[in-house]
Design a protein around this ligand. Structure first.
Ligand SMILES: Cc1cc2nc3c(=O)[nH]c(=O)nc-3n(C[C@H](O)[C@H](O)[C@H](O)COP(=O)(O)OP(=O)(O)OC[C@H]3O[C@@H](n4cnc5c(N)ncnc54)[C@H](O)[C@@H]3O)c2cc1C
Length: 439
């Protein structure tokens, strides 16, 4: 049973775990309540037969500084858990290399500008317009009076359609998981600046060498429990106990849990029913109801162990497959993860048909590979919130108008798209405000 001094964290995804670990680091007592039987939320381990994979292939970036700091706090050895690769994008179109972006060892943003200058697949004039855009966003010379779509921004910056197709669209879709014609230019610019303009290593691609649960959730849980906190699984919070605009606790199916501080780190669609009965939070409820969601499908294809891809990460345009990640780096030789971000015709296919079409695309792209042994499809319909133009205007702050009630999660007001880094930043920020308030 939680006492009034305990902070209750609702949700054991990366936002909840980061908030709980940070409060623990500051000596606060926490109880984390997670409805599922497993921690990690959308970034967690699932089983594909004997293989520990993830409920969706994830890629992290060197710019995820808060995530990397958190991993170290809870005792993760970054060198043994993460493979770091300097920026390298290999894009194929109809089985042929179409575009390559390789960053040389130069300080940011020169590394990006030099990579663009020598990028095979672009004409000279495309290289110059891309470089000019890169200089403008790195120097903060692009001022948006109001949010636009990413496509409108790129057209305004004179990026021609082929350049958009080869470079900006795959980056935007991978980062925001939202089609470029509706995606927020403001959020896209923030991602571009954070990734390419501060430090060369920010644009490194980071691939976990373990499954995602073994990366953070397992370590974070141990860190919290060893310092006196509680992590309870199978505990769905069904009601918030509020009196006179002050939180007094939460109710799970079995019992009330008293607490003077409660942090909801669950997605907007799960927050909504909890906030709806609270008149003081009508505006927040209204905004949360306006969130929409985007899918991500991951198709894991298992080949014999000796099959490997030329590059750990490579992209495709013109078919269903968008990215191919060789899971050899996470100790699973022969296992390929094909990622499809955002909506599209693939969402109307059965898993069997989607698997068939993806395997056919892989056979065309890699004719020397043998037939796969097994395939596993996971489609998350609400993988991320839709990061549309003007989204930042409806994203809530951590603090609410109810005393002691807080919101965290990838959808809160971090300026980031729905990513692990956004989730972690929101959790850390929320924990620090709780600590600061109590000083
Ligand atoms: C397929 C896929 C691929 C992705 N790829 C990437 C990527 O490559 N890079 C990247 O950075 N990000 C990626 N993301 C996004 C990233 O996973 C999320 O942004 C991040 O995990 C969100 O964390 P969160 O803690 O905010 O929310 P969640 O992970 O959704 O955590 C919320 C938790 O709350 C629990 N919960 C819900 N309701 C209740 C309740 N009433 N009571 C108690 N518990 C409750 C849920 O079970 C869940 O565990 C991907 C996401 C998906 C799904």
């Amino acid at each position: 049973m939680a006492s009034n001094d305990t902070v209750i964290i609702v949700g054991g995804g990366w936002a909840g775990l980061s908030c709980a670990a940070e409060l623990t680091r500051h000596g606060r007592h926490v109880t984390l309540l997670e409805s599922a039987r497993q921690l990690g939320g959308r970034a967690r381990r699932v089983a594909f037969g004997e293989y520990p994979v993830d409920n969706g292939q994830h890629i992290l970036l060197g710019a995820y500084t808060h995530t990397l700091q958190l991993l170290q706090t809870v005792g993760v050895n970054l060198a043994t858990h993460i493979m770091r690769m300097p920026l390298q994008l290999h894009l194929h179109e109809q089985q042929r290399p179409a575009f390559v972006l390789t960053a040389p060892k130069l300080p940011a943003p020169l590394h990006l500008l030099a990579a663009l200058l020598r990028a095979p697949g672009l004409t000279l004039s495309q290289r110059w317009t891309a470089i000019r855009f890169g200089q403008r966003f790195c120097r903060n010379n692009i001022i948006l009076e109001k949010d636009l779509t990413a496509l409108e921004l790129l057209q305004h910056e004179k990026q021609d359609s082929r350049l958009v197709q080869l470079l900006w669209e795959p980056l935007c879709l991978a980062a925001l998981n939202t089609s470029i014609d509706v995606a927020s230019a403001e959020v896209f610019l923030q991602v571009l600046r954070d990734t390419f303009c501060r430090n060369r290593h920010d644009s490194d691609l980071l691939l976990p060498k373990t499954d995602l649960s073994a990366l953070l959730p397992d370590h974070a849980c141990e860190y919290i429990e060893q310092r006196g906190g509680r992590v309870e699984l199978g505990q769905r919070v069904e009601e918030l106990l509020i009196h006179q605009r002050q939180i007094h606790g939460v109710r799970c199916a079995d019992s009330p849990r008293p607490a003077s501080q409660v942090v909801l780190t669950i997605p907007p669609y799960a927050v909504l029913p909890l906030l709806k009965p609270i008149p003081a939070l009508q505006d927040t409820t209204y905004n949360l109801a306006n969130f929409t969601y985007e899918p991500i499908c991951t198709i894991y294809v298992k080949y014999p162990d000796d099959v490997s891809a030329d590059f750990p990460v490579q992209g495709f345009i013109g078919g269903l497959s968008q990215w191919l990640i060789d899971r050899r780096v996470s100790g699973l030789p022969g296992l390929m993860a094909v990622v499809i971000s955002g909506p599209g015709p693939h969402m109307n296919l059965s898993h069997t048909e989607l698997a068939r079409q993806i395997c056919a695309e892989l056979t065309l792209a890699f004719p020397h590979w043998p037939a796969p042994d097994d395939v596993f499809v996971i489609c998350e319909k609400r993988a991320t919130f839709s990061c549309r133009s003007n989204i930042n205007a409806i994203r809530p702050d951590n603090r609410t108008l109810v005393k002691g009630l807080w919101l965290a999660g990838d959808y809160t007001n971090t300026g980031y798209p729905a990513t692990i880094e956004g989730a972690v930043q929101s959790g850390l920020r929320c924990a620090r405000q709780i600590v600061a308030d109590s000083l």
